[in-house]
Design a protein around this ligand. Structure first.
Ligand code: ADP
Ligand code: NA
Length: 325
């Protein structure tokens, strides 16, 4: 049995990337492990958010977690800001971090470049807050997409650095990657990851997109003029991305897909990718629609926060004792 923690930001509408890279793996591991899943709303405010939207998206994300298969009786589901130990330990982890190592983070470089001259300091101190999220639960494994590898490395570094100075306070966590470390790319710029914070909505499949929109977006996805379905990330990033999506959704290999489309063109291939995506998303959308207006959702989050707080507080008290606070 392992302790598992993961979080997603309520910073936009969830995408197929979030599902295949993260969400889908959450329910797979919950049966035999102690799992904590968090809506990381304090991470979301590292860039400006509309208050009303942030509030709504927090609840929407919680409903999507459950609609995607997370069972609140087996896993602890909660909102980050409801458990004060996250920012409390976050501050201590910030004090254990070096500015140089934080400035080297790819996500910081990407996101700060979009902020002009006024870069919020929270973008820089995002990784120590993420480390706190994870370390509070004495987490062994963190199911995240492969875009989070660098943040997981710094989390491990911070835990080891702290343990070296103050004794064995933290468990040092490992990353848990899903199916082939799936990274879903933008449908329009397939060398860039699909992200809920991308402004180009035609490049992104949202989990709550209507089937006809999913078909339209995949039909218009950028490809190449070869009309041959085979895997070549460098020269055929668009087709390779669609193959990755189909492979992840239908659990087929690239070879099986190439063989199946040997004498078919992109039109038929794209139609099948769209159908496969719709067939996994439709049941999630149906469960989501039932949940979102159910007051039970608020009770689940309240219970989850109480459970998370009880566990997090034990670690936090140990940390305080260790450093003399
Ligand atoms: P986003 O980048 O869409 O805002 P988050 O940073 O909130 O998403 O990440 C939530 C989870 O979804 C993380 O585990 C991350 O690794 C995963 N994830 C995000 N985008 C993708 C993607 N395009 N492919 C695979 N996994 C992804
Ligand atoms: Na992100």
């Amino acid at each position: 049995m392992s302790i598992i923690f993961s979080g997603i930001q309520p910073s936009g509408n969830l995408t197929l990337g979030n599902y295949l890279g993260a969400l889908r793996n959450f329910s797979k591991v919950q049966k035999d492990n102690e799992c904590y899943y968090c809506v990381v709303n304090q991470h979301a405010i590292t860039v400006p958010q509309d208050p009303q939207m942030l509030h709504e998206r927090t609840r929407t994300l919680a409903a999507i977690y459950i609609a995607s298969g997370l069972d609140p009786d087996k896993s602890t589901l909660f909102v980050q800001s409801e458990v004060p130990e996250h920012v409390q330990l976050g501050w201590i982890m910030t004090c254990s971090s070096y500015v140089g190592e934080l400035e080297r983070m790819t996500q910081y470089k990407d996101k700060s470049a979009k902020q002009g001259d006024s870069i919020p300091a929270g973008l820089l101190t995002y990784p120590p807050l993420m480390a706190a999220d994870i370390l509070l639960y004495q987490t062994n494994l963190v199911p995240v997409g492969d875009d989070q590898k660098q943040h997981m490395e710094i989390t491990r570094d911070l835990a080891q650095r702290f343990n070296r100075i103050y004794g064995d306070v933290f468990t040092v966590p490992d990353i848990l990657l899903g199916h082939d470390g799936t990274r879903v790319m933008s449908l329009q710029e397939p060398t860039k990851k699909m992200s809920k914070s991308d402004d180009n909505q035609t490049a992104t499949i949202y989990l709550l997109d209507a089937p006809k929109d999913i078909e339209k977006k995949i039909k218009r996805a950028q490809t190449d003029s070869e009309n041959s379905v085979h895997y070549d990330v460098k020269n055929k990033p668009g087709i390779s991305n669609l193959m990755d999506i189909l492979a992840a959704v239908t659990e087929q290999t690239h070879e099986q897909i190439t063989a199946a489309y040997a004498d078919k063109g992109y039109g038929a291939f794209k139609k099948d990718v769209a159908d496969a995506v719709v067939s996994v998303l439709e049941p999630i959308q149906q469960r989501y629609t039932q949940l979102i207006h159910d007051p039970e959702l608020d009770k689940i989050l309240e219970k989850g926060a109480a459970k998370a707080h009880a566990k997090a507080n034990v670690t936090y008290q140990n940390v305080c004792k260790a450093i003399g606070l």
